[in-house]
Design a protein around this ligand. Structure first.
Ligand SMILES: Cc1cc2nc3c(=O)[nH]c(=O)nc-3n(C[C@H](O)[C@H](O)[C@H](O)COP(=O)(O)OP(=O)(O)OC[C@H]3O[C@@H](n4cnc5c(N)ncnc54)[C@H](O)[C@@H]3O)c2cc1C
Length: 331
């Protein structure tokens, strides 16, 4: 039986029995429910439960503090209703999905090592691969609890191919399962697309992509789309990694080399042979771009410290309007 979820002062939607979380039911119903990571880490989808009963799927999810839990707050990406419910949170059009997310079974078609700990995974999913460059999908690795978010590195296509660049995280249950226990031809549950750090094709400005580690995946998707457009915009691509052995963006972007692409690898812990840029990747952004920073459209993805450093650089130090900044924190 479907439950009815009513948002105070706003829309209502049905929660069908086969649905897994409140957030995904809302987005599939076209409701603009706020969210960012979709996997319990960021807290963007927190809400107050006004009436009815909810179950917490991951009670310790870091997106909520103990105090907030005690006050009756929930994360929409980590809860599901047990009755009809009323909830309180502010929905906005910016979160309404452009491509409605769908849950399907995906087949692992190929896995190709790019560096010692990063691989390109190619999944085949029934139907066209419909998403916006820069978005992510949720994968349910075998044996891990919950979903993991991974960004698409390829372009939308009719063949149903979704490509990801995934880093093996030491001790991580999900990423290690994808490397070690998922054989070619095996299936896993897939849900997507999600995310709003996607390419704004209509924006007139030159594009800056900043990738930290496996944040390369969505930046590649954005660069591939921007450079493949009939009237390509200039793309300034900053590829941040620890050592030269961790870099693979240059090779993947090589087919797009030309006057519209400036590719700059930046190493934080280079070995003696490295002759390129060094330091943190956000510092290279500050020192390298020729025009004032507020003249660019910024996209970035990577670990939270890099995201925070770039936010401070762009918004606090250079007054780049928030509408020109699009990012995903890899929590
Ligand atoms: C928007 C976004 C895009 C991302 N894109 C990429 C990418 O392109 N490439 C890449 O390599 N990484 C990406 N990541 C990081 C990726 O999602 C994983 O966090 C990373 O692979 C580590 O996962 P793990 O399972 O190995 O580690 P673990 O430590 O086992 O798990 C970490 C993640 O799993 C979730 N989790 C843990 N326990 C539970 C539980 N009990 N129930 C529910 N959820 C749980 C948490 O949200 C946490 O983020 C992205 C993250 C986000 C938020």
């Amino acid at each position: 039986m479907a439950y009815r979820v009513q948002i105070e002062g706003g829309e209502g939607f049905a929660f069908p029995p086969e649905e897994d979380t409140l957030l995904r039911a809302a987005l599939r119903a076209g409701v603009g429910m706020p969210h960012e990571c979709s996997v319990g880490g960021c807290g963007a989808c927190r809400y107050d439960l006004l009436s009815g009963e909810m179950v917490r799927l991951w009670p310790e999810a870091p997106g909520l503090s103990e105090r907030e839990r005690k006050r009756g707050r929930f994360l929409a990406c980590q809860s599901r209703p047990l009755t009809d419910c009323a909830i309180k949170l502010r929905c906005t059009d910016e979160y309404r999905p452009v491509v409605p997310p769908r849950r399907r079974e995906a087949k692992l078609e190929a896995r190709r090592m790019l560096t010692a700990d990063m691989a390109e995974f190619t999944l085949r999913v029934p139907g066209a691969a419909a998403f916006l460059p820069g978005q992510y999908a949720l994968l349910y690795p075998p044996g891990a609890t919950g979903a993991r978010a991974y960004s698409m590195s390829n372009l939308p296509n009719e063949d149903g191919l979704w490509q990801f660049i995934i880093r093996r995280v030491p001790g991580g249950r999900g990423s290690n399962a994808l490397f070690d226990t998922l054989d070619l031809g095996a299936t896993l549950t897939f849900d997507g697309p999600y995310g709003h750090a996607y390419l704004r094709e209509e924006a007139p400005r030159e594009i800056v992509c900043v990738a930290g580690g496996s944040g390369l995946a969505p930046m590649l998707g954005i660069a591939r789309a921007a450079l493949g457009a009939p009237a390509p915009k200039q793309v300034h691509f900053f590829d941040g990694a620890r050592t030269a052995g961790d870099l693979c963006g240059g090779a993947l972007l090589a087919p797009l080399t030309g006057p519209h692409l400036n590719y700059l690898p930046v190493l934080s812990t280079p070995d003696a042979a490295w002759q390129g840029a060094t330091g943190f990747v956000h510092e290279a952004v500050a020192h390298t771009l020729p025009a004032p920073l507020m003249q660019y459209e910024f996209y970035f993805a990577g670990p939270p410290p890099m995201i925070e450093a770039l936010q401070t650089l762009l918004m606090v130090q250079h007054q780049v309007p928030y509408s020109q900044i699009h990012f995903d924190r890899f929590l």
